[in-house]
Design a protein around this ligand. Structure first.
Ligand code: NDP
Ligand code: VSD
Length: 300
C-alpha cells in the first residue's frame, strides 16, 4: 500500500500522512522545504505499525515544471512501487479585496492550487488506470463551494479543483479509480495562521460562521472518504449542508446520498439565503465602521 501526499510536510497533509502511516501504508511526502520534510518524516515515523514501513521525502515544487514532477514521481514509484492513493494537499491561501490583490497573486494561486493538483495527478493516472486501482484526492475548501469576500483569487482556484475532479471522475470510474474532493472549513494549521496575518476583517467574520477544525479531524474524514471511494468529503453540519446544496451534477456514491440531496435542497437553499443576508450585513457594518474611523482620523 503506497500513498503519496503533496503538501505532506505541514498541516492537513502531514496529518493525512500520519493517518495513512497508522494504517500500514508506505508514504511519499512531497513539498519544497527539505528541513520541514525531514521534520515531518520523523514525526510520521513515530506512528509506524510495522518495521518495514518507509517515509520517502521528495523536494519539488508541484506547480512549476510538469516534467520535473513526473520524474520525481517516477523515481518514487521505482523505490516504493505504484501509488494506490495520491492526496493533492499542497496549496496556499492569500486574501484581500479584488483591487488590492496583486495580479500575480491570481496567477500564483491558480498555479499552486490548481496546476499543483493537475501535475501530480497527471503523473500517476496512467499507472492507476492500467492497474485498475487508485484513489486521487483533491483539496478544495468550503470557499470552493461559495465565493466569499476577500477570496476572489483563492475561491476561484478552489472552484477550479471541483471542475477538474468531476471531469476526471467521469473518465476514470470504469477503471476502478475513484476521485474525492474535500471541502474543509477553516482548519488550525500553519497555513491558516499565515493566511490570518493579512485576512480582511470581513473575510474573518464571515468565515467564523463555521467553526475551526483540527487538522487531525479533517485528515481522518478525508482518508475515510477516500478509502470508501466517496466523491464528496465534508465535515460538520455546515459542511454537510454546503455540500448538499452545491451538489450540482457531482456524482453520488450511493442512492441514499442522492435522495438526501433531493430532499434537503429546498430547505438548505432557504437557509443559505439567510446566511448570505448575514454576510451582507457584516460587510455593510465593516464599511460604516471604517467610514467612521476615517472621519475621526481626519478631525484628530
Ligand atoms: N487550513 C485551512 O483552513 C484550510 C486549508 N485548505 C486547503 O488544504 C490544503 C492544505 O492546507 P494547510 O494544511 O492549511 O497548509 P499548510 O500551509 O500548513 O501546508 C501546506 C503544505 O503544502 C506545501 N506546498 C505549498 N506550496 C507548494 C508547492 N508549490 N509545491 C510543493 N509543495 C507545496 C508546503 O510545503 P513547502 O512550503 O515546503 O513547499 C506544506 O507542506 C491547501 O490546499 C489549502 O488550501 C482547505 C480548507 C481550509
Ligand atoms: C445551508 C448553507 C450553509 C452555509 C454555511 C456557509 C458558511 C460559509 C463559511 C465559509 C468558510 C470558508 C472557510 C475557508 C477555509 C479556507 O479554505 C482557508 N482557511 C484556507 O487557508
Amino acid at each position: 500500500m503506497t500513498r503519496k501526499v503533496t503538501g505532506g510536510s505541514s498541516g492537513i497533509g502531514k496529518c493525512i500522512a500520519i493517518e495513512c502511516y497508522k494504517q500500514g501504508a508506505f508514504i511519499t511526502l512531497v513539498a519544497r522545504n527539505e528541513d520541514r520534510l525531514l521534520q515531518a518524516k520523523k514525526e510520521i515515523e513515530k506512528h509506524s505499525i510495522n518495521d518495514k514501513q518507509v517515509v520517502l521525502c521528495i523536494s519539488v515544487d508541484v506547480s512549476q515544471d510538469y516534467s520535473q514532477v513526473e520524474n520525481v514521481i517516477k523515481q518514487a514509484q521505482e523505490k516504493l512501487g505504484p501509488v494506490d492513493m495520491l492526496v493533492n494537499c499542497a496549496g496556499m491561501s492569500l486574501s484581500g479585496k479584488f483591487e488590492d490583490l496583486e495580479v500575480s497573486t491570481f496567477e500564483r494561486l491558480m498555479s499552486v492550487n490548481y496546476l499543483g493538483s493537475v501535475y501530480p495527478s497527471r503523473a500517476v493516472i496512467t499507472t492507476m488506470k492500467e492497474r485498475r486501482v487508485g484513489r486521487i484526492v483533491f483539496l478544495s475548501s468550503q470557499a470552493g463551494q461559495v465565493g466569499l469576500y476577500g477570496f476572489t483569487a483563492y475561491s476561484s482556484s478552489k472552484f477550479a479543483i471541483r471542475g477538474l475532479a468531476e471531469a476526471l471522475q467521469m473518465e476514470v470510474k470504469p477503471y476502478n479509480v475513484y476521485v474525492t474532493v474535500a471541502y474543509p472549513p477553516d482548519t488550525d494549521t500553519p497555513g491558516f495562521a499565515e493566511e490570518n496575518k493579512t485576512k480582511p476583517l470581513e473575510t474573518r467574520l464571515i468565515s467564523e460562521t463555521t467553526s475551526i477544525c483540527t487538522p487531525e479531524q479533517v485528515a481522518k474524514q478525508i482518508v475515510k472518504d477516500a478509502i470508501q471511494g466517496n466523491f464528496n468529503s465534508s465535515i460538520g453540519s455546515d459542511g454537510y449542508m454546503l455540500s448538499s446544496l452545491t451538489c450540482g451534477m457531482a456524482p453520488v456514491t450511493s442512492i441514499t446520498e442522492g435522495l438526501q440531496q433531493v430532499a434537503t435542497m429546498g430547505l438548505f437553499r432557504v437557509l443559505s439565503l439567510l446566511y448570505l443576508g448575514s454576510f451582507d450585513t457584516i460587510i455593510r457594518r465593516c464599511m460604516t465602521e471604517r467610514a467612521k474611523y476615517e472621519i475621526t482620523d481626519k478631525t484628530a
